[in-house]
Write a protein that binds this ligand. Structure first.
Ligand SMILES: [Zn+2]
Length: 304
């Protein structure tokens, strides 16, 4: 009897010959579960799952690792790959120690920032590297595109925040968590479809947007209506913008709130809005500058 295709949530393609690689399939499923735990704010357990994924994978593909402790498994893996050997050893030590602490001593909300820091900065990229090196498997190319986009957002925000010395890093992965919760709500056909239908029939979305726009207009902030980079909603995302150059040429997004999915990001989540909105702001920058009188409209120029 042929094996049943394994359950997957976000992974579209398991490695070729997956029928003969149950340990690798299991590691990928542990990684997916780590993402689900991120969505529901169980960051330390997301970390322990991610480390289980790494350990399961390495023990399946690296010789001489059976029965060995995790630090010894890392050492054996480093002997086989210069890229694995070059990966931050202090980072891997911190990841391993945090995993042990969370397993043996539990965790509190104060551990969230550390867990996200290690997941985004060490756990996820190391898992991806090991899959690449030992299985020739590109997890980014094999995973749902939206998930990959928001994993990359988390990594960009994490990099910018750590470079700026920001200590509380738990928010770096917020847009990914929001996206995953939305995907479950949609799959569930629960309130999502009903709310969407109801909004279309009653015009609720229009009034929500208008109310938010009116409030922002009163605050005299520079605002613009964009598509939502999290739920994909059309022109439902009210964004505040700022600039320091007189001509607005360095325009960036500083705060956002979506009327469709209610995702929001502002000064309490440094760089999140800036990263999420960078492409849309760049594409619309001149239109915004013209609207706010920072740039002359070429259409107003007299013909030569
Ligand atoms: Zn949205």
């Amino acid at each position: 009897m042929p094996p049943t295709k394994p359950t997957s949530l976000f992974i579209k393609r398991f490695p070729a010959d997956w029928e003969n690689k149950p340990d690798i399939v299991s590691a990928l499923q542990a990684y997916e579960t780590s993402l689900v735990l991120v969505a529901y704010g169980r960051f330390p357990h997301a970390l322990t799952n991610c480390v289980s994924a790494i350990e399961g994978l390495l023990k399946a593909v690296v010789p001489n690792t059976k029965g060995k402790r995790l630090f010894e498994v890392f050492e054996e893996a480093a002997k086989l790959s210069s890229r694995v050997d070059a990966f931050s050893k202090p980072g891997l030590t911190e990841l391993r120690v945090a995993r042990n602490d969370f397993i043996h001593s539990g965790f509190s909300p104060e551990d969230d920032g550390k867990a996200v820091d290690l997941l985004v900065g060490v756990g996820f990229p190391f898992f991806e590297l090991c899959l690449n090196e030992f299985c020739s498997y590109d997890i980014a190319a094999s995973t749902d595109g939206e998930i990959v986009i928001h994993l990359n957002v988390a990594q960009s925000v994490h990099k910018m925040a750590t470079s700026s010395g920001i200590a509380r890093l738990g928010y770096c992965i917020d847009s990914l968590g929001h996206l995953i919760r939305l995907s479950f709500a949609k799959r569930d056909l629960s309130d999502w479809a009903e709310i969407a239908d109801h909004d279309d029939q009653t015009g609720n979305k229009f009034f929500r947007l208008k109310e938010r726009k009116d409030r922002l207009d009163l605050s005299e902030e520079m605002t613009w209506l964009f598509d939502c980079p999290v739920c994909g909603g059309f022109e439902c995302n009210m964004v505040e913008l700022g600039y320091t150059e007189d001509d607005g040429s360095d325009l960036t997004a500083s705060a956002m709130r979506c009327a469709e999915c209610d995702f929001k990001a502002g000064p309490t989540k440094p760089f999140m809005c800036e990263v999420l909105m960078a492409d849309q702001v760049e594409a619309t920058k001149d239109a915004i500058r013209i609207e706010y009188g920072l740039l002359k409209d070429p259409a107003d120029e007299p013909p030569q």
